[in-house]
Design a protein around this ligand. Structure first.
Ligand code: IMP
Ligand code: MG
Length: 196
C-alpha cells in the first residue's frame, strides 16, 4: 500500500489538530444555543457512510455534547443525460431515520466535491422537519461547485485532487491509511476514480 502513495497531503498529526479545532468550534456554537435546562439540548449526528466513519469516530470523542448517531448511506450512479447531453448523477439514500421532527441535526460527510451528495442528503433530511440542520465535512475541494455549497463546518480546504486515506477510498481501498494522501497517477483510471 505504501508504494501506491504519491504524496502526503495531510498527516495524521495535522488531521488530529484540525479535528480538535473543529470540535472546539462546534461545541462553542452549540454551547451558545439557547436551551431549556429541563430539556437539555441533544444533537443528532448523521454521518454519511462509508467515507466519514473514521472522521466521525475521532470528532465525536472531542465533542462534550449530548448526542445521538444515525448512520446513513448515499450511493451515486449515472442518471439520465441532461438536455446538454451531460451525464448527471442520481443519489440513492438508504437507512434514513424516520423520525427527525424537532431534532437538531448535524450531517457529516468525508469530502465536498460537486456537492451532489450533500444536496441530496439535506433535501431528504429537511423533509423530516428537523428543528435545525447543519452540515460538516472533513475536506472541501477547491472547485467552484464545492465552494458554492453552503456548508457550515469545513475541517480542511484542499486542492482539487483525488485523495484517499483516513476513511476515503479508491474502489473501496486505502480507507485504513492514517494520513490523507494522493495516489500515483498510473493507479487511477479516470472513469473508475470517481466510481463510488
Ligand atoms: P460530491 O457528491 O461530488 O460532493 O462527492 C462527495 C462524495 O464523493 C464523497 O462522499 C466521497 O465519497 C466521494 N469523493 C469525492 N471526491 C473524492 C476523493 O477525492 N477521494 C475519495 N472520495 C471522493
Ligand atoms: Mg462518500
Amino acid at each position: 500500500m505504501q508504494q501506491d502513495i504519491a504524496s502526503v497531503l495531510l498527516s495524521r498529526r495535522q488531521i488530529a489538530r484540525g479535528i480538535r479545532r473543529l470540535a472546539n468550534r462546534i461545541a462553542a456554537d452549540w454551547d451558545a444555543h439557547p436551551c431549556d435546562p429541563a430539556n437539555p439540548l441533544t444533537i443528532t449526528i448523521v454521518p454519511i457512510l462509508t467515507g466519514s466513519f473514521i472522521f466521525v469516530a475521532d470528532l465525536i470523542r472531542q465533542l462534550p455534547l449530548r448526542l445521538r448517531i444515525r448512520l446513513i448511506s448515499v450511493s451515486s450512479y449515472p442518471g439520465a443525460a441532461t438536455a446538454a447531453h451531460k451525464a448527471t448523477l442520481q443519489h440513492e439514500l438508504t437507512n434514513l431515520p424516520d423520525h427527525l421532527r424537532g431534532a437538531h441535526v448535524l450531517l457529516i460527510d468525508d469530502i465536498l466535491d460537486s456537492g451532489g451528495t450533500l444536496t441530496a442528503a439535506c433535501q431528504a433530511l429537511r423533509q423530516r422537519q428537523p428543528a435545525s440542520l447543519r452540515t460538516c465535512v472533513l475536506l472541501r475541494k477547491q472547485r467552484p461547485e464545492a465552494l458554492a455549497f453552503p456548508v457550515d463546518y469545513v475541517c480542511f480546504d484542499i486542492p482539487d485532487q483525488f485523495v484517499v486515506g483516513y476513511g476515503l477510498d479508491y474502489n473501496d481501498l486505502y480507507r485504513n491509511l492514517p494520513d490523507i494522501v494522493t495516489l500515483k497517477p498510473h493507479l487511477l483510471r479516470t472513469e473508475a476514480a470517481y466510481a463510488r
